[in-house]
Design a protein around this ligand. Structure first.
Ligand code: ATP
Length: 342
């Protein structure tokens, strides 16, 4: 019950009829931090967000915002009293109100309202747009207005539900950077719901990976990518080669030779090797294979290889050496790897 946490969810569960949408979800968010709830469609992440906002009542569990219980068996503080700002994928701007009126909508009428609206226009980079209507703005600009409106009443927490999914790919990266900068500048804590791992990794300090109503792992993007606790998390966060092998303590014997393990293991395992951990050479040591397919990305290339014994692999290679389908290749693994028992 400390105020250094913007949000605490303890043992939250929610069913819709027979569907167990959220099961025993617990996590804490430090003040000023950005958390992403990441998972495939239907895993329950929006339901968690809606319970935090007060739009859905949990079946059980406790939600605290800035040290105040807003939801438990006895308590159900209404959404407008939770000091939470919401940003949705469809922006939900009022079409008949100007940009300035949309931003000021949740603010009490008073002498300082115009100054607050002006400060928010400046924060989101929309000075000069105050008299426009939403239909006169691009998708990215509309999303910035939606963010300004959510920030206007100075909430303790901003909740973002797939806020970039209506934007085309080219615009998405720019708007993502804008939103991150604006949220950091406002000093507000944030929870983002997304199914896009790239979005979660680039925006959040901390990611909670959800499958089928449960959080499987929570941690910093690097920790999750480098040390996923399960094959499922490994495969959801980026490309994963999972190579069968036999662990004998600190190494595993695989088709790529002996691979040093991050943790001691014994018996049949699958070893996780990210594509960038594989090194390709035209000769010398390394397991033999041949190239199936390549894709050139400019800065690097993706190379799909099948080892002589039949193991398929994907490698990320520097762009300076040109690999071609059909070529023979030697493959070596770099660094220590994580292994999962099978
Ligand atoms: P998406 O990314 O597709 O929005 P999600 O991970 O956010 O998915 P939720 O929207 O939280 O998932 O839904 C979790 C499960 O609960 C799904 O099986 C969904 O069909 C079900 N569900 C959600 N809301 C309701 C509702 N109001 N009534 C019945 N079932 C619901």
């Amino acid at each position: 019950m400390t105020e250094s946490f913007a949000l605490t969810c303890h043992d939250l569960s929610k069913s819709f009829g027979p569907v167990r949408a959220v099961e025993s979800v617990s996590f804490r968010l430090e003040s000023g931090r950005f958390l992403a709830l990441l998972g495939p469609s239907g895993c329950g992440k929006t339901t968690v967000l809606r319970m935090i906002a007060g739009l859905e009542r949990p079946d059980s569990g406790v939600i605290e915002l800035a040290g105040r219980v807003v939801s438990d068996v006895r308590t159900a503080i209404p959404p407008d009293q939770r000091r939470v700002g919401l940003v949705f994928q469809d922006y939900a701007l009022f079409p008949h109100l100007t940009v300035a009126e949309n931003i000021g909508y949740g603010l009490a009428r008073g002498a300082d309202r115009p100054a607050r609206v002006a400060a928010l226009l400046d924060l989101v980079g929309l000075d000069g747009y105050e008299a426009r209507y939403p239909r006169e703005l691009s998708g990215g600009q509309q999303q910035r207005v939606a963010l300004a409106r959510a920030l206007a009443p100075q909430p303790d927490l901003i909740l973002l539900d797939e806020p970039f999914s209506n934007l085309d790919v080219a615009l998405r990266t720019q708007v993502r950077e804008d939103v991150q900068r604006i949220i950091r500048a406002a000093g507000v804590s944030a929870v983002l719901v997304t199914h896009d791992q790239d979005e979660a990794m680039s925006l959040a300090d901390c990611i909670a990976v959800m499958f089928a109503g449960r959080i499987h792992q929570i941690g910093a993007p690097r920790a999750l990518y480098e040390a996923p606790i399960s094959r499922q998390v490994a495969q959801f966060l980026g490309d994963a080669n999972l190579i069968p092998g036999t662990a004998r303590g600190e190494v595993a014997e695989t088709a790529l030779g002996d691979i040093v393990l991050r943790e001691v293991a014994h018996g049949p395992v699958e070893v996780l090797l990210r594509p960038e951990a594989l090194e390709l050479r035209s000769d010398g040591t390394g397991a033999q294979g041949h190239i199936q397919r390549t894709v050139y990305h400019g800065s690097h290339q993706s190379v799909w290889v099948t080892l002589t014994g039949g193991t398929p692999l994907k490698a990320l290679a520097p762009a300076d050496v040109e690999w071609r389908a059909g070529e023979q290749v030697r493959v070596r693994a770099r660094g220590a790897a994580r292994a999962y028992p099978v």
